[in-house]
Design a protein around this ligand. Structure first.
Ligand SMILES: [Zn+2]
Length: 338
């Protein structure tokens, strides 16, 4: 069964109402999914690739068909604007069309295409909103190319650090400048994409659930109450490698045994500070990694995130860098004290 048929399987025509048309949305999702479709049925549209660009161009074509004023800024962000009845600050809605390797088909496109579906519904019903409405596709949300992310939205709010970006090298060893050139952009054009935030009234994003809470509860949608600020830590345990047969138990410096103590503590950490915090050790590198060798060194990563700061205050996106320091120091402090 193709993707469109899969989407429409079990669709009820009664769900199409007020101009919002499930069939049209499914058709657009399926068409968009053809760009970067992998052999395994996943999605491969890395930021600043020809696939991401092709997906943007397809959406731009649909935006034009809906009579929107369409524009791509210097960061490759795409905007489709519908004028409002009054000249007021704009309501933005959208998401991204880049993906991680083996990504899903809803992560990003759903937010872009549901905003477009709203415009299609309004047009069918002859409705013009009070405020201007813009559909947006932000470039490089996922960060799979440079291990960063949010390039387009950072440029939009004027927080791009060009000097830092210029030093980036992608997974193929290509420089930031070279990668941008491939899709007709430059570091200067990215930095020029800043918009006047006083002219933005609100931003709304529809996104596929990335946990399973709504799915398990059988709920079709939920409203987020905060944005999680992620922090990554890299921790190295240094012991002494030795022969597993010849080294007595009381004369060992086993780095993996120490690391496993640490991992147990990481698991116990989030509930100490917040009921919504989570922490994960997801990557472990054991050296020399032999069946009969005592581990001499272990390198591991900790991913820690929360929607609240110190378990209390809701987060704003801007406070992310401060939060990184806070979270990193809080976890280290807690671990050192325990
Ligand atoms: Zn996403």
């Amino acid at each position: 069964m193709n993707f469109y048929d899969q989407l429409m399987n079990g669709y009820n025509d009664e769900w199409t109402h007020s101009g919002v048309n499930g069939e049209r949305l499914a058709h657009r999702l399926a068409e968009l999914a053809k760009t970067g479709w992998t052999e395994e049925g996943g999605c491969l549209r890395i930021a600043f690739s020809q696939e991401e660009l092709a997906a943007k161009k397809l959406v731009m074509q649909w935006m034009e068909e809906e009579g929107l004023e369409v524009e791509m800024d210097g960061a490759g962000n795409v905007f489709g604007r519908l004028e409002g009845q009054e000249d007021l600050p704009v309501v933005l809605s959208g998401s991204h069309v880049d993906s991680v390797p083996h990504g899903g088909h809803f992560d990003g496109p759903l937010g872009v295409l549901s905003a477009l579906e709203v415009v299609s519904a309004w047009r069918e019903q002859g409705y013009q909103p009070k405020r201007p409405f813009e559909i947006v596709i932000f470039s490089d949300e996922e960060g799979a190319r440079f291990n960063g992310g949010l390039t387009g939205s950072q440029a939009f709010v004027g927080e791009i650090d060009s000097e830092k970006e210029r030093k980036r090298v992608d997974y193929e060893g290509r420089s930031y400048e070279e990668v941008l050139k491939g899709v007709g952009l430059t570091p200067e054009s990215v930095a020029s994409a800043k918009r006047d935030l006083d002219q933005v009234h609100a931003f709304i994003e529809v996104h596929i659930e990335q946990g399973k809470r709504l799915e398990k509860a059988g709920l079709p949608a939920g409203v987020v109450t905060g944005i999680a600020g992620p922090t990554w830590l890299k921790v190295v345990f240094t012991g002494a490698a030795g022969h597993a047969g010849n080294t007595p138990m009381n004369d060992r410096q086993d780095a993996l045994v120490a690391a496993s103590d640490f991992i147990q503590k990481v698991k116990d950490f989030p509930p100490q500070v917040s009921d919504s915090g989570v922490a994960t050790v997801g990557k472990l590198e054991v050296k020399p990694n032999g069946v009969n060798v005592i581990p001499g060194e272990v390198e591991l990563t900790v991913d820690i995130r929360d929607i609240k700061k110190n378990g209390k205050m809701p987060l704003s996106v801007q406070s992310k860098s401060v939060l990184k320091l806070l979270q990193a120091s809080t976890i280290l402090k807690w671990i050192l004290m325990n």
